[in-house]
Write a protein that binds this ligand. Structure first.
Ligand code: SF4
Length: 416
C-alpha cells in the first residue's frame, strides 16, 4: 500500500484518541480566513513549559486483534486496514519535522498479534528517532496493556509522555464492552511507569536520560456506560493522587458501531457533560477541591447548566460571602469568578489598600459572577448572606434564565 494511503487511514483512525487537546475540532475556514482545525492528522498539545506544540498524530496500525464494542478499529469492523513499518513512520516524522509541519509525534496503535509485539514496534520508532536521528522533539507514546516491563521501561526513556487509556470508568463496564481487557491489565503498566518515574526521577538525571519528563495521561469515554460523574471524578482523583497522572481526558461517547451493548443516543453526544467534567477536573487540579466536595452520593451528577464551582458555592451558602479583605487565599480561590491569578493578586494587593470593585476588575475578577459571593468595602453591610434560590437563576445562561438581573434596582444590586 502507498505510504500516503497508509497515512490517510492511520491518521484518521487516531482521531478518536483525545489525549491531544485539539483533536475534537473539525473546522474549515471560509476563503480569506486563516487556519483550519482538522480532527485528524496534526494536532496540538501543551508542553510542560506552556508552549503549544504540533504533533503528527497517527496509529502504527489499525489492524486490531481485539474487539472492543466502542472502537472503530475493532476486529469485527469491515474497514480498510493498514500498518506502518517503523522505518516508514520514522521517515515521515523526520521529513515532516524538517519541513516544519510538526514539532513532535503522538504515536498509538491497535494491538497487532500481541501486546509485546506491538509495544516492541512502538519502542523501536521512538528509540531510532532519539538515537539514530537524534530527534529532540516531543514524543507521546502509548503503552499497550500487557506489554512487558522491559519494553515499558525502554519506552519511558525515549518518550516525553506515555498514556494507557482506562477506556471506561469501571472494571465491570470495561469487561462488558471490551472482554479482552480489564482494569488490572490497565493499572499494571500505569503503576509500573509511575514507580519507574519515581525511581528514575529528576534526581536521576545526573546518571542518564530522564524518564517520561512529561509524565502520564489517560483517557476515558463518558456516556458509553452508566457510571455517574461522582464515580468518574473519584476515579480521576485516584489517578492524580496515586499514579500521579498529569492529565485525565474525557471523551463524550460518540456512537461509531451498531452494538447492542452500547446505548442508543437520542440526542447529540454528551459534549456538555464532557465540558463540565473538564471544569470539575480543573477544580481538583488547580483549586484544591476534593472530588467528594464537588459531588457526593446525594448529588452524583454535575449540573449541566452551571459550572461546578458555582454549583458547589450554591450548595454551601454558609461559606459566603467571602471577605475579600481578610479571608485566606484558599477561601478566595473558592469564589466563582475568581481564578488562581486573581486570587494571588488579591492577597498581595490588599496589603497596601482596601480593594474596591474597580481594582478587583483590573485583577481579572469576573464580577458578574463573583459579586454574589464576596464581601468588600463596596458591599452594603446588610448583604452578608447568600440566597442560592435567588442567585441561581441569575447565573444561568441568558437563554435558560429568560430574564434580566432580578436584583437590578433591589438592595441586592451590586455594581457589575
Ligand atoms: S484494543 Fe484499542 S484499537 Fe483494539 S479494539 Fe480495543 S480500543 Fe480499539
Amino acid at each position: 500500500m502507498d505510504i500516503r494511503e497508509k497515512l490517510r487511514i492511520l491518521s484518521a483512525a487516531a482521531k478518536y484518541d483525545v489525549s491531544c487537546s485539539s483533536s475534537g475540532s473539525n473546522r474549515c475556514t471560509p476563503p480569506g480566513g486563516l487556519g483550519d482545525a482538522c480532527s485528524a492528522g496534526i494536532c496540538h498539545t501543551w508542553a510542560a513549559d506552556g508552549r503549544c506544540v504540533s504533533l503528527l498524530k497517527v496509529l502504527l496500525s489499525n489492524a486490531c486483534k481485539y474487539d472492543c464494542a466502542y472502537c472503530a478499529n475493532r476486529r469485527s469492523n469491515d474497514i480498510p486496514r493498514a500498518t506502518f513499518t517503523p522505518k516508514e513512520l520514522i521517515d515521515l516524522t523526520v521529513e515532516f519535522y524538517r519541513r516544519n509541519y510538526i514539532e513532535g509525534l503522538f504515536l498509538s496503535s491497535a494491538v497487532i498479534k500481541n501486546p509485546d509485539y506491538t509495544m516492541e514496534l512502538l519502542v523501536k520508532v521512538a528509540k531510532e528517532l532519539r538515537t539514530v536521528h537524534r530527534f529532540g522533539g516531543y514524543i507521546h507514546l502509548k503503552a499497550i496493556p500487557g506489554a512487558s516491563p522491559r519494553l515499558l521501561t525502554e519506552a519511558g526513556f525515549y518518550a516525553d509522555r506515555s498514556s494507557v487509556n482506562i477506556e471506561v470508568p469501571s472494571d465491570k463496564s470495561l469487561q462488558y464492552l471490551a472482554p479482552e481487557k480489564n482494569f488490572a491489565s490497565i493499572y499494571a503498566p500505569m503503576n509500573f511507569l509511575a514507580e519507574r518515574k519515581l525511581e528514575y526521577g529528576p534526581t536521576a538525571r545526573l546518571r542518564g536520560p530522564s524518564f517520561l519528563p512529561a509524565g502520564q495521561s489517560t483517557q476515558m469515554i463518558v456516556g458509553a456506560s452508566g457510571e455517574s460523574d461522582y464515580q468518574i471524578l473519584s476515579l480521576s482523583s485516584g489517578f492524580y493522587n496515586r499514579q500521579k497522572l498529569k492529565r485525565v481526558y474525557y471523551s463524550g461517547y460518540v456512537p461509531i458501531n451498531a452494538d447492542k451493548r452500547l446505548p442508543v443516543l437520542t440526542t447529540k453526544p454528551p459534549l456538555a457533560r464532557e465540558h463540565r467534567l473538564y471544569q470539575a477536573d480543573w477544580l481538583m487540579r488547580f483549586y484544591n477541591f476534593r472530588y467528594d466536595e464537588i459531588l457526593d452520593e446525594a448529588h452524583p451528577n454535575l449540573d449541566l447548566e452551571l459550572d461546578p464551582k458555582i454549583g458547589w458555592a450554591l450548595r454551601h451558602p454558609e461559606f459566603f460571602p467571602v471577605d475579600i479583605q481578610h479571608a485566606d487565599y484558599e477561601a478566595i480561590l473558592r469564589v466563582p469568578g475568581i481564578g488562581v491569578k486573581s486570587a494571588q493578586l488579591i492577597v498581595s494587593g490588599r496589603r497596601f489598600s482596601k480593594l474596591r470593585l474597580e481594582q478587583l476588575k483590573k485583577m481579572g475578577v469576573v464580577l458578574k459572577r463573583a459579586k454574589y459571593f464576596i464581601y468588600h468595602p463596596d458591599t452594603p453591610a446588610s448583604l452578608r448572606r447568600l440566597y442560592p434560590e435567588m442567585v441561581r437563576p441569575l447565573l444561568l445562561p441568558r437563554s435558560k434564565s429568560g430574564q434580566l438581573d432580578l436584583f437590578a434596582g433591589s438592595p441586592l444590586a451590586l455594581p457589575a
